[in-house]
Design a protein around this ligand. Structure first.
Ligand code: PMP
Length: 427
């Protein structure tokens, strides 16, 4: 049996219908933006392996720092103990996070970072003696797959089996261009009720919704309303963090800063699983009390894992290098040029870009994630040696920053081929 067949006997893959999915592609090595399969074929990782990879695969500098950490201290319980990597990483994160973030709480992934933020927000209001219950979120948002994170995410086909188990959330429409006033009105109405604990949002780009984008101006207006009505704001920067939108955080485009930020994915450059929830002094202080019931009773076995924190420190070193910042600008410019070049495609619904994220939305009949078009386009990409995971009729690029111009051209060329395929299919 080859690796894919052995896999098929023992493994259950994420977001995969195991009955009909083709065998997975065994990847044996990675370098830069390329992944190498067992059969020698290489793939440009245009989705940064589920949006996590910033500096390329098996980066030697991160590998070296991780190896050093592994030989010094691999893990230690994080209640009652600490270690240099966790402290240094927290210090350095607070230096680059949006203004007002003062404390770092570690967890394991994006979903747990969101759970922590929601629990902190709810308990904050209890701790200060004015319990509030409601959470507001964008109707099409995605914040993770655990129950709290699912609750504040879109009521989509992904979560349908669990709808009756999810807590109630007030949804407002995403303020896409031309629809800003509706959202502002919806939020204003909700905010007037006394009972709103927090507003959680993906700043500027809603990833899983299909890289749906909206302007910093309208988000600033929404955050102003929240602040006026004492509603805590949670910026979910799990996808947008660490340069994805052009600036280090999407929140850096805004005048109003959040009370809490959630991070994962690029946090370790895509090397290790790690989550962070940062918060303001006011939130942190509300948990300080002689009364033990005000404690934040939350923690995971691998909280602040030293190897993950070391990977995070190494990734941050690389991110802040001028070369990486230039690459981010280079990718943004290339995307912009490609976007203007395809503006006249007859079957283009919209092309949108925010920094290194580019989304091409096609005009087709059925637009569901489950439509066959998605599989056709996905398979075509693989044939061309490019990993693109269409969200229905939306193709997006979110590459590692080290991707070369030639590799980017290969990705654009593949998208051109997809456009022809769609035209040819008469969709
Ligand atoms: N929030 C956002 C904005 C995300 O895009 C994701 C993952 N795609 C998550 C949270 C959940 O992160 P994880 O998959 O690490 O649980």
């Amino acid at each position: 049996m080859n690796l894919a067949q052995r896999d098929h006997h023992v493994i259950w893959h994420p977001y995969t219908q195991m009955k009909t999915a083709p065998l997975p592609i065994p990847i044996v090595r990675g370098e830069g933006a390329l992944l190498y399969a067992e059969d020698g074929k290489s793939y440009v990782d245009a989705v940064a392996s589920w949006w996590v990879n910033l500096h390329g695969h098996a980066h030697p500098y991160i590998a070296q720092k991780v190896a050093e950490q592994l030989q010094t201290l691999e893990h230690v319980i994080f209640a009652g103990f600490t270690h240099p990597a966790a402290v240094t990483f927290a210090e350095r994160l607070l230096q680059i996070l949006p203004q007002g973030q003062r404390r770092i709480f570690y967890s394991d992934n994006g979903s747990t970072a969101v759970e922590v933020a929601l629990k902190m927000a709810i308990q904050y209001w209890q701790n200060v003696g004015t319990p509030k219950k409601k959470i507001i979120a964008f109707r099409d948002s995605y914040h993770g797959d655990t129950f709290g994170a699912m609750s504040v995410s879109a009521r989509s086909a992904f979560t349908a089996p669990f709808w009756s188990y999810l807590f109630e959330v007030e949804f407002v429409d995403v303020p896409i261009p031309g629809r800003e006033e509706e959202t502002v009105k919806q939020l204003e109405t909700l905010a007037r009720a006394e009972d709103v604990a927090a507003f959680i949002y993906e700043p500027l780009v809603l990833g899983t919704a299909g890289m749906v984008m909206y302007s910093p101006d309208v988000l600033d207006r929404l955050l102003a309303i929240c602040q006026e009505h004492h509603i805590l704001t949670i910026a979910d920067e799990v996808m947008t963090g660490f340069g994805r939108t052009g600036l280090t955080f999407a929140s850096d485009y805004l005048e109003h800063k959040p009370d809490m930020v959630t991070l994962s994915k690029g946090l370790t450059g895509g090397t290790m699983a790690l989550g962070v929830t940062s918060c303001s002094t006011a939130i942190y202080d509300s948990f300080l009390h002689k009364d033990k019931s005000k404690t934040f009773f939350h923690g995971h076995s691998y909280t602040a894992n030293p190897v993950a924190c070391s990977a995070g420190l190494a990734s941050m070193d690389l991110l802040l290098q001028p070369e990486t910042q230039q690459n981010i600008m280079r990718i943004s410019r290339s995307h912009a040029a490609f976007a203007s070049g395809i503006a006249s495609w007859p079957n283009l619904k919209q092309v949108r870009q925010q920094g290194t994220i580019l989304a091409v939305e096609f005009e087709v009949g059925a637009t569901s994630y489950f439509s066959n078009l998605r599989d056709t386009l996905y398979n075509y990409g693989l044939e061309q040696g490019v990993i693109l995971r269409p969200l229905g009729n939306i193709i997006y690029i979110i590459p590692p920053y080290c991707i070369t111009e030639e590799q980017l051209d290969q990705v654009y060329q593949t998208i051109r081929g997809m456009q022809q395929l769609i035209l040819g299919s008469g969709s």
